[in-house]
Ligand binder design. Sequence first.
Ligand SMILES: NC(=O)c1ccc[n+]([C@@H]2O[C@H](COP(=O)([O-])OP(=O)(O)OC[C@H]3O[C@@H](n4cnc5c(N)ncnc54)[C@H](OP(=O)(O)O)[C@@H]3O)[C@@H](O)[C@H]2O)c1
Length: 379
Amino acid sequence: MWPPLHGLCSLSRTGGAMAALLKLSRRGDNANVRPSTRSAGLSAHTCEALLFRKHGDPPRVVRLEDIDLPPMGAKDVLVKILAAPINPSDINMIQGTYSILPDLPAVGGNEGVAQVLEVGSRVTSLKTGDWVIPRDTGLGTWRTEAVLAEDDVISLPNDIPLLSAATLGVNPCTAFRMLSDFEHLKPGDTVIQNAANSGVGQAVIQIAAARGVNTINVIRDRSEFTQLSDRLKAIGATHVIKEEALRRPEMKELFKTCPKPKLALNGVGGKSATELLRHLQIGGSMVTYGGMAKQPVTVPVSALIFKDVKVRGFWVTQWKRDHSNDERAFRAMLDELCSLIQQGKLTAPACSEVGLKDYNKALEVAMTPFTSAKQVLIM
Ligand SMILES: NC(=O)c1ccc[n+]([C@@H]2O[C@H](COP(=O)([O-])OP(=O)(O)OC[C@H]3O[C@@H](n4cnc5c(N)ncnc54)[C@H](OP(=O)(O)O)[C@@H]3O)[C@@H](O)[C@H]2O)c1
């Protein structure tokens, strides 16, 4: 989970992340989330959406409501949302603890895949039938339809599996950037990561395997450890170990089969992050991208003095903003990821598909530890 950063709320007023949400809002008093005033049978301009009017416990504050769609502009597209996952950041946004927060009321969800139903007269990059995903955080994807600016979305090939498309824009992009931007990894090198069964972790395993890079994958112990370990090995994990093993002598045996890691990826924080650091090569990097344990990262002095490790952070939203004027960078990454999907080298994380009406159950499950399956709302 992300640490509370309420002070950054104002980003939602100034930053690009909330641009789409705010743009829709400016169309008329939160037109994107205005409860429907239309009578039954005249629903052509309404959609169903999972709305939160205040921050709090997601199953308590999220409601399925009919909302009006704003009128289409010349540079807009009408889309039907096909599928949208429930990610930890969505939960944090509803709880009010994420680093950027929308104005309320807001539609939940930041990721998903949609199909273009209609294009405005001045839309040039999209056509009816195209699949699109959000370019940025804050679009409010837990809804059946939306009117969006052409620039709010980017197209994907529509011959990839629905669940891969629905979960492509955040976790695989995060994994891709972290494996590309911090250390020069060659075939035979090693990456160590915790939360290896997370959406990010599963993408890391597969992208690394496609590049010939070894992965040491740390997961929390559980009764079905062996099944989970087998599942991660089946998608390319080199080693799967329990958190406790990081402190044990058996790690020496493991490093007889692969070099010490150049890169550690930390989605947990606390002790787990400290233990990852202990195994890094001299001069290696640890990149923190999540804090599921809600504990700070402690860096042993020896790791800094004797190993000169680099302690870094990564936020895919910031990367997308930094590259918002460079369409080619985002497009090149998506093309490479989609190519891996088409070759069968990158599959969606383990998912449970849930109908929109069963959102409450999906939210509960998404917040339950040891779930090992991403909840994906099917519209
Ligand atoms: N910085 C970025 O740009 C970026 C991008 C994407 C995601 N993220 C962050 O990355 C993290 C993972 O996201 P995701 O969508 O991949 O998650 P996910 O698929 O929902 O999986 C959650 C993961 O967190 C683990 N976990 C939960 N509570 C834990 C705890 N107390 N200690 C250790 N592990 C725990 C789970 O392990 P169990 O199975 O053992 O419960 C599971 O591996 C989140 O913090 C998310 O916000 C950051």
